[in-house]
Design a protein around this ligand. Structure first.
Ligand code: NAD
Ligand code: ZN
Length: 350
């Protein structure tokens, strides 16, 4: 088959590799129909996250059709059209039972192979899905392929970021970063009842999209967001800040924006060795700080009705639909925000 594989910093290559094989009786092979590039793939692309083997198949956002099932699979069969969270989960361990499927004791992240161990990604013609019956969901009626693709990661991640912010009406919120995850966080916060929500970035088109989804945009290259938030809160700051960037500057900004006793909810993957604020600074604000990988599998069931309701135009963030063979160009465009690139979706046919 053909796949997009990692070959070092800024080198994603479309190449022929062996087809994935069933390795365990609980595995399934999925023929990928659509896959997408995520901000998390960019951490690998820029080699901000290190350790991943060369020739690892990239990507963790996908949907497709089951083509082969392992011996103990009972509820999935060839021909089923499925969506998948970006990491696998067993559905039965302590963490899965608590709804923290992202910390399942058997969890593996698609697109992460280190020293020969791990799971290849889904920017490929086929992908092996371990513990498939608890990981995959058959796509219900009323959900389009592109919505299903987004349900595997960015829709739940945005919703999770807002959940951690404990949204209540009549409070003042800020979202830092208006990439795909930040935009989904805006939708998540509004769905959970946010009435006053500021969205911060420096990219005009992304801020315009944030406004379209109901946030008040602040272009941090022109206006100081901390002053804006202070002005509308009698100098206190935001009740909660949702960070969807993944770098130290954004973490620092989140800290400056939040009021004493407030919450920072961080879904951005910050690869720096140090936190953006010190223990003393956290103490001095009586801060609640929540961070981590979204339990996408757990949230997907709950988000299906919201997506199906048609209340939000989730897929309007997709700016580029490419053939998988043009994936390297997709990475380059997304990483550099070329041609107003906001979300790249790839299919075999383009
Ligand atoms: P992206 O790179 O497209 O978006 C990041 C946005 O932040 C960009 O629009 C950029 O202009 C903006 N930005 C950069 N620095 C900023 C700053 N200092 N202040 C304000 N805005 C700033 O990526 P994305 O796909 O939206 O993903 C965002 C983050 O979410 C990434 O770190 C990704 O790894 C992470 N992520 C986490 C999870 C999880 O489970 N926690 C899941 C998916 C993605
Ligand atoms: Zn992702």
């Amino acid at each position: 088959m053909n796949a997009l594989t990692f070959h070092g910093r800024h080198q994603v290559v479309y190449q022929a590799i062996p087809d994935p094989q069933i390795k365990a009786p609980t595995d399934v092979i999925v023929k990928v129909k659509l896959c997408a590039i995520c901000g998390s793939d960019l951490h690998v692309y820029h080699e901000h996250e290190k350790g991943i083997d060369h020739e690892t198949v990239m990507g963790h956002e996908f949907m497709g059709e089951v083509v082969e099932v392992g011996k103990s699979i009972r509820h999935l069969k060839a021909g089923d059209v499925v969506m998948s969270p970006f990491s696998t989960s067993c559905g039965q361990c302590f963490y899965c039972m608590k709804g923290l499927t992202s910390r399942c004791v058997f969890s593996q992240l698609f697109g992460w192979v280190e020293k020969g161990k791990g799971l290849h990604g889904a920017q490929a013609e086929y992908v092996r899905v371990p513990i498939a019956e608890s990981t995959l969901i058959r796509i219900p009626k009323g959900i389009s392929d592109e919505q299903a693709l987004m349900l595997g990661d960015i829709i739940p991640t945005g919703y999770f970021c807002a959940q951690q912010a404990e949204i209540k009406p009549d409070q003042v919120y800020a979202v830092v970063g208006c990439g795909p995850v930040g935009l989904m966080t805006i939708i998540g916060a509004i769905e959970q009842g946010a009435t006053t929500l500021y969205a911060i970035d420096t990219v005009e088109e992304r801020l315009a999209m944030a406004a379209k989804f109901g946030a008040i945009p602040i272009d941090a290259s022109k206006t100081n967001p901390v002053s804006v938030l202070r002005e509308v809160t009698e100098n206190r700051g935001a009740d909660a800040v949702m960070e969807a960037v993944g770098n130290k500057a954004a973490g620092k900004l989140a800290y400056e924006l939040v009021r004493p006793g407030g919450i920072i909810s961080m879904v951005g993957v910050c690869t720096d060795e140090q936190m953006a604020f010190s223990p003393t600074e956290a103490y001095n604000k009586n801060l609640t700080f929540k961070v981590g990988r979204c339990p996408a599998r757990h949230l997907m069931d709950q988000l299906i009705p919201i997506v199906r309701s048609g209340r939000y135009d989730f897929t309007s963030i997709i700016t580029h639909r490419l053939a998988l063979k043009d994936g390297a160009k997709g990475y380059e465009m997304f990483a550099n925000k070329k041609d107003n690139c906001l979300k790249v979706v790839m299919g075999l046919g383009g």
